[in-house]
Design a protein around this ligand. Structure first.
Ligand code: C2E
Ligand code: MG
Ligand code: MG
Length: 338
């Protein structure tokens, strides 16, 4: 590394380079070169994360983590090929009317080998590897098909939004708009009911291609929702210039409502800001009656959480809707469910 850092002359410029070094020990008992290169790569990337001119010696723990990841990636690829995915639907409730105004579609991976795998385990890896493109597109398609089925079953009275999560990385795919348009053209009513949930990172500075995509989606009549609001590092000054329709208060804020006055103040401020900007606001992760009462007092009307309902299978969600749309007349669901 010292040798690499020696300044050198390139034409008229004085330059120096730095290196990141990954090291593995042959005492780990390697049998082929490919395995050594794979592991040394892991150590080298770890070194890069430490900053310029670092070296890392691979530990057994790092190696085990890397192998787990490789195995998970293989299983995920296979899971996609074998169609092991499904969607659950969690209701979003309007507190004044008690009606279901929307559902959030949530990916579920039923792996024969691993059991039910949570999206928080596989979505980050899918994002890193690009597999999220296939998964998100599939989720969008399935959710819109479900919407179509409900629209046909419950008729003209049916007015329920469908929230679908979209990885922020997808905003940089030039064909995203085309895919969304294509699905909306196939399924009548999808365009007006669909809401795409994107995490705050899309609001980051210097993210002009993401902004351009959000604007195109907005022009195409698709509403956009900032998910997990308050947990990321969005620039508030940019929020008003983004074509966003809804903010979802992250459940970390809702969880603090029970315990602290400062927690209340934060949510109060988010609600006030949303009002000032003309944004709809949804609180997620409501688990207790106290949280519900506080949110009601703070003027937050749209809620989602285990207090009302966990994410449901399509069949269970259909049963819940049937209660609301019995004989085609919308009737409030029982808020004290669970
Ligand atoms: P999210 O979009 O913020 O979804 C809400 C998560 O909170 C869901 O977890 C839901 O089950 C959970 N939740 C809802 N109510 C409560 C509550 O009262 N208490 C608690 N403790 N949790 C509650 P889930 O289904 O495990 O999903 C985790 C995350 O995975 C999602 O967070 C979303 O970021 C991501 N995800 C899920 N489906 C997709 C998808 O189709 N595409 C992409 N890109 N990401 C997805
Ligand atoms: Mg979401
Ligand atoms: Mg969320």
């Amino acid at each position: 590394m010292q040798q690499l850092q020696q300044p050198f002359q390139l034409e008229r410029h004085n330059l120096s380079v730095s290196g990141s070094v990954g090291i593995v020990l042959s005492s780990l008992g390697y049998e082929n070169a490919a395995d050594i290169l794979r592991d040394v790569d892991v150590a080298m990337y770890q070194a890069k994360r430490l900053g310029r001119s670092s070296y890392v010696l691979l530990t057994n723990e790092m190696r085990a983590r890397a192998l787990d990841r490789i195995e998970l990636e293989g299983d995920l690829q296979q899971g996609i090929a074998q169609q092991e995915f499904d969607l659950d639907y969690q209701p979003i409730i309007h507190l004044t009317t008690g009606k279901i105004v929307g559902f959030e579609a949530l990916l579920r991976w039923h792996s024969p080998k691993r059991g039910l795998v949570s999206p928080s385990q596989f979505v980050p890896l899918a994002e890193e590897t690009g597999l999220i493109d296939i998964l998100d597109r599939w989720a969008l398609q399935m959710a819109c098909r479900q919407l179509d089925t409900w629209q046909q079953q419950f008729g003209e009275q049916f007015q329920v939004d469908m929230n679908v999560n979209l990885s922020a990385a997808r905003l940089h795919r030039s064909n995203l708009l085309e895919q969304v348009e294509c699905i909306c053209d196939q399924i009548a009513g999808a365009r007006s009911a669909l809401k795409l949930e994107i995490t705050e990172s899309c609001l980051l500075e210097n993210n002009s291609s993401a902004l351009a995509m959000l604007e195109s989606l907005n022009r195409a009549g698709i509403r956009l929702c900032i998910d997990d609001f308050g947990t990321g590092y969005s620039s508030l000054s940019r929020l008003h210039s983004f074509p966003v329709h809804t903010l979802k208060i992250d459940r970390a804020f809702v969880a603090r409502l029970d315990h602290s006055r400062s927690g209340n103040k934060l949510v109060e401020a988010i609600v006030a800001m949303s009002r000032a900007l003309g944004l709809e606001i949804v609180a997620e992760g409501i688990e207790t009656i106290d949280q519900l009462r506080t949110l009601q007092n703070l003027g937050c009307e749209l809620v989602q959480g285990f207090l009302f309902s966990p994410p449901l299978s399509a069949t269970e969600a259909t049963e819940l809707l049937a209660q609301q749309y019995v004989l085609g007349l919308p009737t409030p669901v029982n808020l004290n469910r669970n």
